[in-house]
Design a protein around this ligand. Structure first.
Ligand code: MN
Length: 199
């Protein structure tokens, strides 16, 4: 099985000025493509050859895990963005308020985790088997799948995600990123048990 490149659900300059076309050209066109190329190269002739990407993330280790997890994380990341504001539904808003106290408190916790994560990694909103919501700060290619949780929302805080637009100002990137989130996508993920469906 060849894992195909994600086509962006928006134009490369549609997220300007919060996320530039140049950033997307590198981040989507180069970084994600390289992770997928590596996965496709590393699985040849192995038991992973015909597995979906999610299964590779859950089962592999070493370089294959790193590349598969980065590919998976980035596909979720790019798919959950929108050039136009997509508001939270009452359902999602109520779930977040129940878990974190208020939307403002959720935003504060999520953004603070993204700003404070040391080095490269990802911050996630994830849902566990008991339908509880969690904010997870994961180094490197970390993601909720390996903790038995499903991902709802993520932010990439590797420097390649923001350095062209924001240089060392990670907090500015995080604040701008917040305004690109397609909350309908986040809610759709929350409503499904099998996270391969929105993949
Ligand atoms: Mn990235």
């Amino acid at each position: 099985m060849t894992h195909k490149m994600l086509e962006l659900p928006y134009g490369q300059d549609d997220l300007e000025p919060r996320m530039s076309a140049e950033t997307l050209a590198y981040h989507h066109g180069k970084h994600l493509k390289t992770y997928l190329d590596n996965v496709n190269r590393l699985i040849v002739g192995t038991p992973y050859e015909n597995l979906p990407l999610k299964e590779i993330v859950c089962q592999a280790s070493g370089p294959l895990y790193n590349n598969a997890a980065q590919a998976w994380n980035h596909i979720l990341f790019f798919k959950q963005l929108s050039p136009r504001p997509v508001a939270m539904s009452p359902l999602l808003s109520q779930a977040l308020c129940a878990a974190f106290g208020s939307i403002d408190k959720f935003k504060q916790q999520f953004c603070e985790a993204a700003v404070k994560l040391f080095g490269s990694g990802w911050v996630w909103l994830a849902i566990d088997k008991e339908r509880q919501l969690h904010i997870l700060a994961e180094p490197n290619a970390g993601n909720p799948l390996t903790r038995g949780m499903n991902p709802l929302l993520c932010i990439d805080v590797w420097e390649h995600a923001y350095y062209l637009d924001y240089q060392n100002r990670r907090a500015d990137y995080v604040e701008n990123y917040w305004h690109l989130i397609n909350w309908e996508r986040v809610e759709n993920r929350m409503m499904r048990d099998d996270c391969t469906l929105y993949y």
